[in-house]
Design a protein around this ligand. Structure first.
Ligand SMILES: [Zn+2]
Ligand SMILES: [Zn+2]
Length: 268
């Protein structure tokens, strides 16, 4: 996990993670943080202090306040990053159909995990980039495509090719995970480096070897799959503390608690 935010505006890309812009993942290095106002053409951006240090959420309290849908005004113009020890005790249980049940119409992804990588980390729906930027914050992904929020812990918004893969003998893209509806998820590119060109509105297609399956979007697309082709399984989040739930909705209630800017465990 990590790194996410560089510490100073002169740090190199090895000190930071990635952020979405223009359909690509950009390195979040010091100069990226320094020049972000030019990137978004808005002079209200200022993610660093006069001494060149980056304004980053350095405590659990700061992280919780900055990762809420209604960002505490004290934490606008911050790079939002969480640490694993701040979300200890969070558990995600996922029930996935052994036999997928194909639906006539695509099923929306909603919030919370929409699948699992082969290493057990959740694949999430798109990060709510507009809402995050609207508070003059960024929430960088690490080089593996993941970051933390107070509601789900660590999760991926991009398949960057750094998690476990199962190669396919016919040159098809490797298997990288399983969607919540039970259909498998394969990488974006086949072994020749080409994306699939016949994907449906869910981001999947069928072939004779694998049946119906998904292909992850490109890493910068903020879209691993687009919708479920089958009936979705069930996610249950446990161990949410009062402090981690805006509005204090209680402990460990399945499907309750709004995530940061639309992220989070909602089951509906
Ligand atoms: Zn996220
Ligand atoms: Zn395929």
């Amino acid at each position: 996990m990590g790194p996410w935010s560089p510490e100073t505006i002169t740090d190199g890309k090895d000190k930071g993670g990635k952020w979405f812009h223009g359909g690509k993942l950009h390195d979040v290095d010091g100069p990226f943080v320094k020049n972000i106002g030019q990137l978004y053409n808005d002079e209200k951006w200022k993610l660093y202090n006069e001494d060149g240090t980056v304004r980053v959420t350095k405590t659990r309290e700061a992280f919780m306040a900055a990762a809420r849908p209604d960002v505490d005004p004290a934490y606008t113009n911050h790079v939002v990053e969480g640490q694993a020890e701040w979300v200890e005790g969070l558990y995600l249980t996922v029930a996935i159909p052994v036999t997928p049940v194909r639906q006539d119409t695509p099923v929306n992804l909603s919030h919370g995990a929409m699948g699992l990588a082969l290493n057990g980390v959740a694949f999430d729906p798109p990060a709510p980039i507009e809402a995050i930027l609207g508070a003059y914050t960024i929430a960088p992904l690490d080089d593996h495509g993941g970051h933390l929020n107070p509601f789900e812990g660590y999760h991926y918004h991009a398949a960057t090719g750094s998690t476990k893969e199962v190669a396919q003998s016919d040159g098809h893209a490797p298997l990288i995970g399983l969607a919540l509806d039970g259909y498998p998820i394969f990488a974006h590119l086949d072994t020749d480096g080409n994306p699939s060109t016949d994907l449906d509105e869910c981001g999947g297609h069928s072939d004779e070897v694998r049946g119906y399956h998904y292909h992850a979007g490109s890493p910068g697309s903020n879209q691993i799959i687009k919708a479920f082709r089958g009936a979705r399984g069930v996610t249950t989040y446990e161990g949410l503390s009062e402090a981690s739930q805006p509005g204090g909705k209680g402990k460990g209630q399945k499907g309750k608690g709004k995530g940061p800017k639309g992220e989070g465990p909602q089951d509906e």
